[in-house]
Design a protein around this ligand. Structure first.
Ligand SMILES: [Zn+2]
Length: 430
């Protein structure tokens, strides 16, 4: 295994609240030492990487990614998702199970994990909560956990049957594995395609009321309280959801929460076409402000992309017919830097918590999310002040991003997984 000394980086370690210009020595895929000057452990031959001017964080972990394999490889596959992640500074992703067939069997999980092992970033898998994601009976959660599932979710849909979700949370507690909830009451969403607002009326399209989310967030929190099960709320979009999560946590309910870059960057007023169509939908200014506040004050634990690739032929069918979802692996870091860090809303340390330390903790990845000696050498090196425009070309197989052409400040300069560079600016390695 290569040995490497990364010199002169601004090292940001959220686990130890450390922010300092240091040298990092890497051996056998792990962090060997971290300190000023030349490490005593660095004897023999090793490579040097000069990281002057760069920020160095524990590798970003995106716990909400639709890799589309198996069954929807026209939009994405494991290999293209891995390349897009590496280019976005992301070293680990959690794949969602809404594939064709859905990931609800240990055999499929094992097959996918074997395939993923050869790819440049770590791909972990979540498994369906219910058989076929059909919401009628529980999947074999214990066997799925044994097959490597790091979480259970029917993402793309909610577990709407409260009795089933109660059972799932009880079992998830025993298995020490989180249930990731796509909180949405489908009967309230109905035929809606964007947030119910003046903009939707002007565009003449049916709206999705905020209650479609907030009603289920409240129900999920009640069931988490009743069972003590580990609940993680995915892609929050509403002010009330943030308030409910904060209130639940004050009462000692075990809940973590996530939001995505599109919700802290855009509002429903920005919706121009189906490139801005996703679930939950973009909401209003007050919602965006509440999400940003939640990211800053600790109510929201995680920034995830909800990377949801779709072929152009599908996404150009118009607001009514186009599928829900936007890509995000390659823009997540740039948007977080531009909208949150550079605007002074959150610190660099908080960014590393939201995008690495917290997802590592929630998913039980004990060797990730920090930079102490012994941790995996999964690293994200950031060029913080470079300005550029998004796209139009991506490593992802799909380009359904609402951010194409947007000016951003800051991006990944290099991405390292297990001590090897898998990306250096404009170059996928390995
Ligand atoms: Zn979802």
């Amino acid at each position: 295994m290569p040995r490497l000394l990364i010199q002169n980086a601004l090292v940001i370690d959220p686990a130890r609240k450390l922010e300092k210009k240091l040298n990092l020595f890497i051996e056998d895929g792990r962090i060997k030492s971290l300190g000023p000057g030349f490490p005593g452990t660095a004897r023999g031959s090793f490579e040097l990487f000069d990281a002057s001017g760069l920020w160095l964080m524990p590798g970003l972990i995106d716990m909400h990614v639709h890799t589309r394999e198996p069954g929807m490889e026209r939009a994405e596959n494991l290999a293209s998702a891995a390349r897009a992640a590496a280019a976005g500074g992301i070293t680990s992703i959690l794949a969602m199970p809404n594939t064709e067939p859905p990931a609800d069997s240990p055999a499929l999980l094992r097959r996918l994990s074997e395939k993923a092992a050869a790819l440049p970033v770590n791909i972990y898998f979540s498994a369906a909560v219910t058989r076929g994601r059909a919401g009628r009976e529980l999947a074999g959660l214990k066997a799925l956990k044994a097959a490597g599932a790091l979480a259970f979710t029917d993402d793309g849909a909610c577990v709407e049957n409260s009795k089933l979700l109660t059972k799932a949370l009880r079992l998830a507690k025993k298995l020490k594995t989180p249930v990731l909830e796509h909180a949405e009451a489908s009967h309230l969403t109905g035929p809606g395609v964007m947030h119910e607002c003046a903009r939707a009326r002007r565009l003449g399209v049916p709206g999705i009321p905020r209650e479609a989310e907030t009603y289920m967030v409240l129900r999920d929190l009640l069931l988490a309280g009743a069972t003590g099960g580990p609940l993680h709320l995915q892609h929050l979009s509403c002010l009330e959801s943030v308030e409910l999560a904060a209130a639940a946590r004050r009462r000692g309910i075990r809940v973590t929460a996530e939001t995505c870059p599109h919700y802290f960057t855009l509002t429903c007023e920005d919706v121009r076409n189906a490139a801005f169509k996703m679930k939950p939908p973009l909401r209003e200014r007050d919602d965006r402000a509440a999400l940003i506040k939640g990211l800053a004050d600790g109510t929201i634990d995680v920034i995830a992309s909800d990377h949801a690739p779709h072929p152009a032929a599908e996404k150009t069918k118009g607001m009514i017919k186009a599928p829900f979802g936007v890509t995000g692996l390659e823009t997540m870091l740039g948007l977080a830097l531009t909208e949150l860090v550079h605007k002074g809303v959150i610190s660099r340390l908080r960014l590393a918590e939201l995008m690495s330390a917290n997802p590592a903790r929630i998913l039980g990845l004990k060797k990730k999310g920090g930079l102490a000696p012994g941790m995996d050498a999964d690293l994200t090196l950031i060029e913080p002040f470079v300005e550029y425009r998004v796209g139009p070309r991506f490593y992802s197989r799909s380009a359904n991003s609402p951010f194409i052409g947007r000016r951003l400040k800051g991006r990944a300069a290099a991405t390292m997984v297990a001590g090897r560079f898998v990306f250096r600016r404009s170059q996928i390695l390995r």
